[in-house]
Design a protein around this ligand. Sequence first.
Ligand code: FMN
Length: 340
Amino acid sequence: MTTSTAAAVSTDLSTRYLGLALPHPFMPGASPMVDDLDMVRRLEDAGAAAIVMHSLFEEQIEMEQGRTLYDIESNVNVFSEASSFFPRPAEFRLGPQTYLEQIRRIKEAVKVPVIASLNGITATGWLEYAKLIEQAGADALELNVYYVATNPDEDGAAVERRTVEIVRTVRQAIRIPIAVKLSPFFSSLSHFAARLEAAGADGLVLFNRFYQPDIDIEELEVRNELRLSDSSELLLRLRWMAILSAQRKLDLAVSGGVHTPADAVKAVMAGARSVQIVSAILKNGPQHLNALRVGLSRILEERGYESLAQMHGCMNLSRCPDPAAFERGNYMRILQGWRP
Ligand SMILES: Cc1cc2nc3c(=O)[nH]c(=O)nc-3n(C[C@H](O)[C@H](O)[C@H](O)COP(=O)(O)O)c2cc1C
């Protein structure tokens, strides 16, 4: 094991996330960084409070078991060519078995908690992997339910019900904590969050990033290009963090748009228990985790906070009698405030 390069800080930055006692809130979010054990060690050395693995996809598991996702759905005819949209098994960095092995390897390589990630949309057999992930030693599990609802016959309630069913199924199968990584595109996110909590979710990760394909107007092709985030993406997270942390007991993690210590302060003030970083680490290297932690500590000291706990949720909407009216008022104020 290499010597830790994480600087010591004097402020109490400790937090609890998914039942895990963490020295501070910063961790690398789900990304391929975890495929490289040397990188995982560097992340721990830079002070990562936990390691979040990238996702194992439902489609990968279904393909391994000789089925495609759409073969097992009732709308098989409509989507008969749909399986050709997915990457082939060899294109994934880790297959289902090697994913489980990688959990074991990471657990051996580092001391910090490891959060695995399953990514899918149906409450079916593939979820057996939750149990295997637990057995491989993961300390917690993220369920990523990335889905773009395009079926005109499926209403929003059906989409939500499926996710609730996934959480319920996994909750019954495993004992480790579960977080659900959500998209912001639900018509009543507060209600949905309450249902997920009731189904057994211990946390929510706000939010999935939607990588929208672009159009190449010369080649008439869809262009899939991953652009890293910037701090402007944080604002949507802050809004929902402030609303949901005032309403729910489950732990909230922010994912998306945290690049600076001030970004992290805003997320914690809005109610985040943990702060997941991907783009900023990919741009600046693992030591960015260290810089964020030192920067956060400095801001707390400068502003006279004794601990992160003292700051937690201080800007959420717990004292707001009507969050919907507050948001509508802000919206009108922003529009009226525009000056050419
Ligand atoms: C290259 C790359 C791979 C990613 N893979 C996953 C993944 O497998 N599962 C997942 O839930 N999120 C994945 N994400 C999304 C990140 O975990 C995170 O939610 C997103 O990048 C927003 O955070 P950021 O602004 O700090 O980058 C990935 C992001 C990147 C850049």
